[in-house]
Write a protein that binds this ligand. Structure first.
Ligand SMILES: *[C@@H]1O[C@H](CO)[C@@H](O)[C@H](O)[C@H]1NC(C)=O
Ligand SMILES: *[C@@H]1O[C@H](CO)[C@@H](O)[C@H](O)[C@H]1NC(C)=O
Length: 283
């Protein structure tokens, strides 16, 4: 009788438990900007354990992307050890790119769901984003600064993807072409296999974002060399299954969400948007 009770109780309480969630903020921002999202998750899934990454906020969010990735990776490792049944990870803007790369550096991770909220997953090339940080720098000449040894100390430079300067991008960028397996390294197969361990990858973005350029970069779409946007499904990263996106999709594990009328700065602060496009995917 007691055993049966314990068994039933175990089943019921397990069924009601949501996996812990780790949040990571965007550029020139910090954990305080993730509070609305934090509250909405708590409200929808009471008792969920939520961790809000608080390093590299404000100006330090401009530091080299790899440094931030490795710090976030350590954060995930510590939390992962506390929750052997798995965790979910939600990253906003630059944070979604950092989170994705951190996952790719963890060969044995147990990350269940990864949600990328309007993150420049295929790179960034546009004045709106640039001017958040460098008001006077023109997008078409930013490569002169970014594609240099010095420039690569800045996070934005690490994922600045100038469609007209691809040779320099491949030559100088120490981050994006590597984690996107556009340049093969000894880690390329790991960068794919780690993403294949996810139960779900949710990529959220939309045409009225106004900051991520092109906005399709949130879904791994990007400009070609004549500045036409090539959608995810027609890009080599997908067709060649370079980081596992195609396999994930074929297994029903890739979810692409296109939501109009949401500005970049409100994805993570508008309660209605959070309830519509983020909460339903957390379990
Ligand atoms: C790349 O692979 C090497 C060898 O397995 C490993 O020591 C290193 O930490 C990896 N680097 C990253 C960033 O994943
Ligand atoms: C870029 O894409 C557009 C639209 O698909 C295509 O017409 C154009 O030829 C492409 N440019 C190059 C250089 O491939």
């Amino acid at each position: 009788m007691n055993l049966l009770f314990l068994l039933l109780f175990g089943l019921i309480s397990n069924g009601a438990t949501y996996k812990p969630v780790v949040l990571i903020h965007g550029i020139l921002s910090g954990p305080e900007k993730m509070i609305v999202l934090f509250e909405e998750i708590e409200k929808a899934h009471p008792d969920t354990k939520i961790y809000n990454f608080d390093k590299y906020d404000g100006w330090s969010s401009l530091e080299n992307t790899w440094r931030q990735v490795l710090e976030f990776r350590s954060f995930l490792e510590v939390i992962g050890r506390k929750h052997p049944d798995g965790i979910n990870v939600v990253g906003y803007s630059q944070g979604g790119l950092i989170a994705r790369a951190a996952i790719q550096t963890l060969p044995f991770h147990k990350i269940n769901i990864f949600i990328s909220i309007s993150s420049p997953q295929a790179g960034q090339f546009g004045a709106n984003f640039l001017h958040l940080v460098f008001p006077d720098l023109a997008a078409n000449t930013a490569y002169e600064l970014f594609y240099s040894k010095i420039g690569q100390h800045i996070s934005i430079a690490n994922y600045w993807n100038d469609p007209l300067e691809q040779d320099l991008y491949y030559k100088f960028s120490k981050f994006l072409p590597i984690i996107n397996n556009e340049i093969r390294t000894q880690n390329s197969s790991q960068y794919k296999n780690t993403l294949l361990r996810l139960n779900k990858m949710i990529l959220i973005g939309g045409p009225n974002d106004g900051v991520i350029t092109p906005w399709e970069s949130s879904h791994f779409g990007y400009f070609n060399t004549t500045l036409n946007v090539i959608p995810l499904h027609k890009r080599p990263i997908y067709i060649e299954d370079a980081i596992g996106l195609k396999s994930l999709e074929n297994n029903g594990k890739l979810v692409i969400i296109i939501k109009p009328f949401v500005h970049h700065l409100t994805w993570h602060t508008n309660r209605r948007v959070i309830q519509e496009v983020i909460i339903p995917y957390l379990d």
